[in-house]
Design a protein around this ligand. Sequence first.
Ligand code: NAD
Ligand SMILES: O=C(O)C(=O)C[C@@H](O)[C@H](O)[C@H](O)COP(=O)(O)O
Ligand code: ZN
Length: 380
Amino acid sequence: MSGVGAHLADRWLRATTAGGGTDRLSVVVTRIPVAGDRPYDVIVGRGLDDELPRLIEGAARVAVLYPPTLRERAAAVAEAARAKTVLIEVPDAERGKTVEVAAHCWDELGAAGFTRTDVVVGVGGGATTDLAGYVAAAWLRGVRWVPVSTSVAGMVDAAVGGKTAVNIGAGKNLVGAFHPPAGVLCDLDALDTLPAEDIAAGLAEVVKGGFIADPRILELVEADPKAALDPRSDVLRELIERKIQVKADVVGVDLRESGLREILNYGHTLGHAIERREKYTWKHGHAVAVGMIFAAELGRLSGRLDEDTAARHRRILELLGLPTSYDKDAWTDLEAGMRVDKKTRAATLRFVVLDGLAKPGILAGPDDDLLRRAYAAVAR
Ligand SMILES: NC(=O)c1ccc[n+]([C@@H]2O[C@H](COP(=O)([O-])OP(=O)(O)OC[C@H]3O[C@@H](n4cnc5c(N)ncnc54)[C@H](O)[C@@H]3O)[C@@H](O)[C@H]2O)c1
Ligand SMILES: O=C(O)C(=O)C[C@@H](O)[C@H](O)[C@H](O)COP(=O)(O)O
Ligand SMILES: [Zn+2]
């Protein structure tokens, strides 16, 4: 499973030296192609609303799903669409990622007479775009959709790759579909209003990309964590683009997670179990941060990952102010939660671990003692 992202080191260098310097970066638009049956671009830049009409071409109607925090932004997107729009406000964050909210959206599409040429647009963070994508995937068995991503986690991960889903009591993202978007808009201006805690949470997914595929990400965070957290910095932009490239490289060859795509689940087996136990009130990135420390420990204790790389996980996540521990009494619940992970096969739990930096692999069926010892590293 190694080698993903090997060409990444030079891509950013080429892009940034083409015109030179920070001023150029504030106006430049980067297009990161995602391969597949229906290829599309992830577009990163500032002031991107003019890109929308091309992505929704041919649509008579556009439904714009958004949470209350992004009401104004959604109105601007609706205006930019230059089509008949249906604005659908949905509950914020994970509260919007439910079957009931999706059903409400389908009722609204029905009332508006949405047809197969119409388009669903999700304006918001990963929770809202996951919901919007699923609403689009199921409506008339699949209509076009466009995520207008407004959070770091959304831009670098959720909006890219076509995994759409809602949560149910039994587990995170258990109901969903693979339904790639027509294109992805990552307007960096949106990050100006994103709470600092959500910037950090999104960086957990960026750090994940560093450990599984692009170590330059880790160097950038270590060199200047303050800049990594600054929504106006070139460092954050570079981190975002690098992580999008990691994701594009993977989902472009394995949309349906038949193999390689599993590496993007690094830290998620325990992470999702924590989210389930917390009834989806924990930030996804926080849960994934704890989950990555656990996964690093699994790698180390099973003799696959060296001590330094394992320790580097905690150091980097702490630099970003991310959580690195969880309830010491939670193990029984978490073990049960991990059994519904989508990587599980029959009774065999499977984890993404590292065989070294940027060398992800699978650990299948670790024994209970190993799991408990790895959990001891995060238990508090
Ligand atoms: N589909 C995938 O491949 C994939 C990948 C990664 C994460 N996810 C999912 O994405 C979600 C996590 O993403 P997230 O952290 O963006 O969650 P989120 O959508 O809940 O957003 C976090 C918070 O930030 C607010 N917000 C978002 N953009 C804002 C902005 N520009 N200004 C002010 N507030 C803003 C939201 O209203 C919310 O309160 C989880 O549900 C996770 O499962 C999916
Ligand atoms: O895109 C993927 O594949 C991922 O695993 C990315 C994860 O960051 C993301 O949280 C995803 O939603 C998890 O998918 P799931 O299939 O484990 O629910
Ligand atoms: Zn994730």
